[in-house]
Design a protein around this ligand. Structure first.
Ligand SMILES: C[S@@+](CC[C@H](N)C(=O)[O-])C[C@H]1O[C@@H](n2cnc3c(N)ncnc32)[C@H](O)[C@@H]1O
Length: 274
């Protein structure tokens, strides 16, 4: 094994019962600085430096890197950024929505053009209870976008991208999100809990400009460019132990983090995005 000094203190290699271990402090706050495309929130995601560490050392460009519990797709996006084939799966279809658009992002001008085509003012509020999060005008915009996306027979890359960004701007603590002050969209609170937050903070949802926020976040995500050409991705939705779409012996490396089932409630955390 070769020495690796990229993490501050020199890495030591030790052998224990024939297994080599790398000993150092990895992925500390100082070292965190992944590509801008990773900046999508997801509960219990890992930092991009973790898959980057193993992809760089254990695979060559063109080889397949897999995460059977892909979450927001950190392993897959990193694999694409390094010219590898991204292969991923998650039991929640939300994961494909969050990952696929970033593997081959559309140009910003296509996103801008598509946003201009959405009839933002024609939305009709479909769920009054969501007014605890959103100003009526903002909720109308979100309903207009949702209706338009549902009506498209097939989402093209610009639609797919806009849906991903919108899912990530649904709730949060700053004016960069569509909602009044709330928890981020990967830990969305219930309607009842949001009512209590509003009472405690004496707040009512202010109007937000949804298309402007989507464009702003898109600019940030794309600020360091797109992945280089890489073999086409394979994405699945289902149980991790049934990756029928992946050919035997086709994967060079797996970088994954199984669910923390007794700690994180993925379904309720993501209820609003789902
Ligand atoms: C710790 S998260 C993975 C986060 C990922 N490493 C990232 O950086 O975003 C675990 C994931 O496992 C998914 N999951 C839970 N049960 C699953 C199952 N039976 N098969 C596939 N995925 C499952 C959850 O939806 C969640 O996205």
């Amino acid at each position: 094994m070769r020495a690796f000094d990229g993490c501050g203190a020199r890495t030591r290699f030790v052998q224990d019962e024939g297994i080599p271990y790398l000993v150092n402090e990895f992925w500390t706050a100082r070292q965190r600085g992944g590509h801008a495309l990773h900046e999508i929130s997801y509960r219990a995601c890992f930092k991009a430096e973790l898959p980057e560490f193993f992809i760089s050392r254990l695979t060559a460009p063109g080889e397949a890197v897999c995460d059977p519990f892909m979450g927001r797709g950190t392993t897959l996006v990193q694999a694409a950024l390094q010219g590898r084939r991204p292969v991923g799966n998650d039991i929640n279809p939300l994961s494909v929505m969050l990952t696929r658009p970033r593997l081959a992002p559309p140009p910003l001008k296509d996103i801008e053009r598509r946003l201009a085509e959405v009839p933002w003012r024609e939305g009709e509020i479909e769920r009054e209870d969501l007014l605890v999060f959103y100003h009526p005008e903002t909720l109308r915009q979100l309903c207009a976008l949702r209706r338009r996306l549902l009506a498209r027979p097939r989402l093209d890359p610009a639609d797919d991208w806009i849906r991903m960004v919108a899912l990530n701007r649904l709730t949060g603590h700053s004016p960069g999100f569509f909602s009044v002050y709330s928890l981020p969209p990967n830990q969305a609170v219930s309607v009842e809990a949001q009512r209590k937050i509003n009472e405690k903070r004496r707040q009512t949802p202010p109007p937000r400009d949804a298309p402007a926020l989507i464009l702003r976040k898109s600019r940030k995500l794309l600020s360091e460019g797109a992945p280089p050409p890489h073999p086409p991705a394979q994405l699945g939705v289902g149980d991790a132990w049934r990756l029928g779409f992946v050919a035997d012996a086709s994967i060079k490396l797996v970088v994954t983090s199984p669910p923390f089932l007794d700690v994180v409630q993925y379904a309720s955390d993501n209820w609003l995005r789902c």
